[in-house]
Every structure is written in C-alpha cells, then in structure tokens.
Design a protein around this ligand. Sequence first.
Ligand SMILES: C[S@@+](CC[C@H](N)C(=O)[O-])C[C@H]1O[C@@H](n2cnc3c(N)ncnc32)[C@H](O)[C@@H]1O
Length: 267
Amino acid sequence: MQIKKYTAANKEAWNEVMPKHQKASKDYLDKLFSQKGFIIQSDADLLNLFSEISVKNKNVIHLCCNNGIELLSIKNMGAARCVGIDISEIAIEEAKERAEKFSIECEFICSDVFDIPHDYYNSFDIVHITSGCLGWIPDTNLFFSICRKLLVKGGVFLIHEIHPFSEMLPFDSNPIENKAQIIEPYFRSEPIVENSSLDYIGKTQYEAKTQYWFVHTISTLINSLSGNGFLIKRFIESTSDLSAGHGEIEKLNAGIPLGMIIFAEKL
Ligand SMILES: C[S@@+](CC[C@H](N)C(=O)[O-])C[C@H]1O[C@@H](n2cnc3c(N)ncnc32)[C@H](O)[C@@H]1O
C-alpha cells in the first residue's frame, strides 16, 4: 500500500481547512485556556479511565493531536512530559502558540505518524489517540506497531474514537429522513475518497482538496492490537457522537453505537 500517497494528500486537506477552523474557534479556545487548569474533555468514561490509569506524572504522547487542546488539558491534569504529533503545520503552530500563551508545558511536533523520529521510542507511559485519528490511518497494523514502540513496557494505549458501526449511517448533512438507516457498507477494501468540506467547526462549505478516509472494522482493530502485543483491558461502547457529524442520531436516543474507548496495555 502506498501510505504516503494517502497521508500526503490528507496533510494538504488539513492545512487547507485549519484556517477555517481557527477563524471559527481560535478566540473561543484561547478564552477557555485562559482559565488556569482548564480541561476540555467531558466524556465521563474517558475521565474515569484517566483517573484509573492515573495520568498524573505520566509521560503522554497524543498522535494526530490537531491544535493540541486535548493534550494541553492532559497536561493540566498533572501529566509529566507531554508530546503532541500532527501532520498539519498549521495545527501544530496553533498548538504551540496556545501552549506558550498560557504557559502549559507541552512539546508539539509536526510529523506524519508514520515518520515519528526514533528518539521518541520507549519514552511514554501513555499513547493517546482521539476522535477522528484512525480514519486517516491507511494501515492500522503498521500504525499500532509504531504506537507500541513509543511505549515503555506496561504502557497504556488509550483510544477514544468514532465507533466503526457509525460509518454505515448518514451524516447530519445528508437529507435522508431516517437517520438510523444503514446506507453504507461496513466492510471496505478501499478508502473513501472525499472532496467535501472538512470544516465541521465553522460549518463553511467549499470544494476541499482530496482526502482519503479509512473505515477500520472492530475485528481489524482488535487483530492489529493483539498482533502487536497489546492486551485489551477494556472496550467501552457509547452512544456519544465523536464524529461531529452524527448529532441527529445521538439525539434519537435509540441505543446506536457512535463512540468507543479501547484501553490496551503493552505486554
Ligand atoms: C479530526 S482531527 C483530530 C481531532 C482531535 N481529536 C481534536 O478533536 O482536535 C485529525 C487530525 O489528524 C491529523 N492527521 C491526519 N493524518 C495524519 C498523519 N498521517 N500523521 C499525523 N497526523 C495526521 C490531521 O492533521 C488532523 O489534525
């Protein structure tokens, strides 16, 4: 598989949308982080896990961290070394700017997750990925092998992600009336090729640069984790929309899985 073909295109698409996200949210986010110790995470299951694995004094790396707001919050929870990696220079610039402005000590590095410098290997107690990272990853097996290398023995891989089941359902922007109707396949051998707006924050519509989105089934994720020497300690499914595009389904309150947490340990 030509991983670079996909990640290079996705980088362009993210650099294109970041100024739109910033226009809609930068000042608001600055205001939030001007409150000392601000924490953006609100998901109860995730917060419980953070306290169970005790983020305090842990070294944490957040992959596909975008503008770093989740990592800044993890630092505010008391983590030790905090490193954020993202492929978009514009996202990383914003993350660095906010960290400096509010004196929150985090390192932000612009890199493809497939090219993380080896100096970072064996350095972290927690590798974290969150909503909308896995979809940009062409090869979960290779990606999880890198996540493993970043961790110390016994380290934790904490995934807070969009539930693959939800990939079969219509987005809010789809005019279809029955939002709970399955309209897409679960199993796909090819990525979804998109040119639609990535501005889920400012909600502007534009013809976007081509993006490649990968739907990974639950079995692919579990097999990639176990194949890379991870022990799955907890798998939590929820009805919370993490995609920013399934709010209508969430409101139906119909017991449809939209979010998930996987807590795994490096053996
Ligand atoms: C949906 S955002 C993640 C959002 C984050 N959870 C948040 O709520 O801010 C996806 C991020 O993944 C980054 N990304 C996509 N492919 C990547 C890659 N190959 N390496 C590093 N970052 C990547 C994008 O630049 C983007 O910032």
